[in-house]
Write a protein that binds this ligand. Structure first.
Ligand SMILES: [Zn+2]
Length: 334
């Protein structure tokens, strides 16, 4: 693991606002439960998620997994302050061998997954789809800042498990994450219409006294059988926070008729919860004809020549499926 990253802490600089009864899709909602020293973010995704997943027509299990990765990225990346970039990617030996989510502050999201359709089976969970390998999170805050990368081993567990592992080992901030992705069918004149929806919740314990944030030690995997592990009692406030987030059902996270504020109130009303201004999110790729053209220019002449098919060079953006066509001359082929 590389250096500690301070970027995934939740700031509370956004102003408080009146609660909204109407659900706001495609936004991350920061909140605070001061009585328990808890901060968090709630993400709800609707049209933006649907746009990203529908462009590729992913099989449902792959769409669900990529949706989870997108939600996790919004929970972690939406705290970036300026033109930062947060990239989450996995490289594994399972049916979904590679996935990437690219978040560009303040609000742009794009993502795609590579998978082997022959290995897909009905009902595979995210751990089975990913298999073994690693998850990498990269924070890039621009040319004048150092790039940060955190790596977590994936060993057949879910993305939630991987996120917990990351925070335990790297950030040492007590953190719980919940991710949910669902498909919604709505009736209409032309038959039922399919839409993707997702929701996620990140909860962190940030007490002023750092000793209160102690967590049980990692299990010493190589310790001989019978050796007592060091027991650390968790702070009561964090125990309460974890038990509250454990009560959130997937359906509550994705319910299109339940606003984020109502969900947070439902969870934390006994302790009092402050909700800050939502951070909007949208699906937008950063590809362009100019960018593709300069990428082609960076290739060796022979590679460019090899790309000519039927008298043209066609480049498809893996993120958004946009197709860019060039004549051999435009592509720099002699
Ligand atoms: Zn694109």
């Amino acid at each position: 693991m590389t250096s500690q990253s301070p970027e995934i802490r939740i700031s509370q600089q956004t102003p408080i606002r009146a609660p909204s009864a109407v659900p706001v899709d495609d936004a991350a909602l920061p909140f605070e439960v001061a009585a328990l020293d808890l901060r968090g973010r709630l993400t709800r995704l609707g049209p933006a998620l649907d746009e990203i997943l529908t462009k590729h027509d992913y099989p449902p299990v792959v769409g669900k997994l990529l949706g989870e990765a997108i939600v996790l990225t919004t929970l972690l990346g939406s705290s970036l302050k300026f033109d930062g970039r947060f990239i989450l990617q996995t490289q594994t030996d399972g049916p979904v061998s590679f996935l990437i989510v690219d978040f560009q502050a303040p609000d742009r999201l794009r993502a795609y997954a590579r998978f082997d359709a022959k290995q897909l089976k009905e009902g595979q969970d995210s751990g089975a789809l990913l298999g073994h390998g690693h998850l990498a999170m990269t924070i890039d805050q621009g040319p004048d800042m150092s790039r940060y990368q955190g790596l977590v081993a994936l060993e057949g567990g879910s993305l939630e498990d991987a996120a917990h592992e990351y925070f335990l080992r790297s950030e040492q901030i007590p953190t719980r994450v919940r991710l949910a992705v669902g498909e919604e069918w709505r009736g209409g004149g032309e038959g039922p219409k399919h839409r993707w929806r997702a929701g996620g919740l990140l909860l962190q314990f940030l007490p002023k006294a750092p000793e209160r944030a102690r967590q049980p030690d990692l299990h010493p995997g190589d310790a001989p059988e019978g050796v007592a592990t060091h027991i650390v009692a968790e702070d009561d406030a964090w125990v309460e926070g974890q038990s509250l987030i454990a009560t959130v059902a997937d359906v509550e996270l994705i319910d299109p008729d339940l606003s984020g504020e109502r969900l947070l109130y439902r969870l934390f009303h006994e302790r009092g919860v402050r909700v800050f201004a939502p951070l909007p999110l949208r699906a937008q790729c950063s590809c362009s004809r100019e960018a593709v053209s300069s990428m082609l220019a960076s290739f060796a002449a022979k590679d460019r020549a090899d790309m000519v098919k039927d008298g043209k060079v066609v480049v498809t953006c893996e993120f958004c499926s946009s197709v860019y066509e060039f004549t051999p001359q435009e592509a720099g082929v002699e």
